[in-house]
Design a binder for this molecule. Structure first.
Ligand code: ADP
Length: 366
């Protein structure tokens, strides 16, 4: 498996820029996600790696070799598509062996590879079945087996699970991660589904408007986003504005609408100085409820709304005029008007610069 380097790749359709100087490296054996809202350029970037679209500027280097000018069939970059793109008139085995026959591999090798890949995706018993007699989930397994059989330098996946129902999606994403890790595959995986990216990826490149805004591990992106866009795209959060009052012992003390909040500086993307204005990020599951009013970072809240969701209950609360959301588990039923003392642990709050993401986009686009 090879390392992929995307260097300064730009692309415009007509006069509309779609990719604006994207740099991205995928390590050998790494499962890298491109995550972002629809239209941000993810598929275009993936197709440029596959050679299906030609970039206007920049290069694609795979395993140390510049493949920018090669046609798709010379790149060794098999791809799994959202709509499976299988041959409906061929059976499962014939679909998987199709690409191997084009490569003119020996017959015995083809047979062995097909059997092995059927085993990997759990479809051995469907070997002779016509693909149009399979469910969506089974068809996607065949499409995955077909791509794996080509033994590429990198596996490309373009929204491979979007046509499946929620339960099957959960199952398949675990399977895809298992297969990639067992076979030490380098993979580039496009999705707009944050749960897919968070649960499957080694690292995630968060994209917006043709640039990579932030690249990091799922946990780091979720708990320490560098900007408000990433924070909100990866999960629910509230963003109180805050003024840094002082720094003491590795903690920044902020004045906010919720009252004074102490935030640990360890691992924060932003190091505030006294009097700086920042935006804080508080995830609903980080809010503690029914705490001692004397505890650190505590403040009173009035319940406005409570939604029971099974494992958790979602609370919308008023904290001195600021709307704060909390996610509670195993808590008593709340009613509008109930007063609760809440707190946020100093290490569960992220410090974001105000409007950094806009600055970022402009700087990267230049
Ligand atoms: P994503 O995969 O993030 O949803 P795409 O890479 O598919 O985004 O598309 C990025 C932008 O480029 C979108 O605004 C889309 O409408 C536009 N686009 C994609 N393909 C073409 C094309 N062949 N011609 C013109 N515009 C295109």
């Amino acid at each position: 498996m090879a390392m992929l380097e995307i260097r300064g790749v730009s692309k415009a359709y007509g006069r509309t820029p779609v990719l604006r100087g994207v740099d991205l490296s995928v390590e050998p054996g790494e499962l890298m996600f491109l995550l972002g809202p629809s239209g941000c350029g993810k598929s275009t970037l993936l197709r440029i790696v596959a050679g299906l679209i030609r970039q206007d500027a920049g290069s694609v280097v795979l395993g140390g070799r510049d493949i920018s000018a090669l046609p798709p069939e010379s790149r060794n970059t098999p791809m799994v598509f959202q709509n499976y793109a299988l041959w409906p008139h061929l059976n499962v085995a014939e679909n998987i062996e199709f690409g191997l026959k084009i490569k003119k591999l020996p017959r015995e090798e083809i047979r062995k590879t097909v059997d092995e890949m059927l085993g990997v995706v759990g479809m051995t018993e469907f070997k002779k079945r016509k693909v149009n007699e399979l469910s969506g989930g089974q068809q996607q397994r065949v499409a995955l087996a077909r791509a794996l059989a080509l033994n590429g330098d990198i596996l490309l996946l373009d929204e491979p699970l979007s046509n499946l129902d929620a339960r099957l999606r959960d199952l398949m994403r675990t399977e895809i991660r298992r297969i990639c890790k067992e076979r030490n595959l380098t993979a580039l995986y496009v999705t707009h589904d944050r749960r897919e990216a968070l649960s499957v990826g080694d690292r995630i490149a968060v994209m917006k408007d043709g640039v990579v805004l932030q690249l990091d591990s799922p946990r780091a992106l979720y708990s320490r986003p560098a900007n408000k866009f990433t924070a909100a795209f990866l999960g629910d959060a509230d963003f109180p504005e805050a003024k840094c009052l002082r720094i003491e012992n590795g903690v920044a003390v902020f004045g906010t609408q919720l009252g004074e909040l102490r935030v640990r500086l360890d691992g924060q993307p932003v190091r505030p100085a006294q009097n700086d204005i920042c935006t804080l990020m508080i995830r609903p599951e980080a809010v503690r409820t029914d705490v001692d009013p004397a505890s650190v970072n505590s403040f009173p809240c009035v319940v406005r709304d409570s939604v029971f969701l099974g494992e958790t209950t979602g609370l919308t609360m008023d904290a001195s005029g600021f709307t704060l959301h909390a996610s509670e588990s195993a808590a008593p039923e709340r009613r509008p008007g109930d007063t609760i003392t809440c707190s946020v642990p100093p290490d569960a709050v992220a410090i974001l610069p105000p409007d950094l993401h806009d600055v970022n986009v402009e700087q990267t686009a230049r």
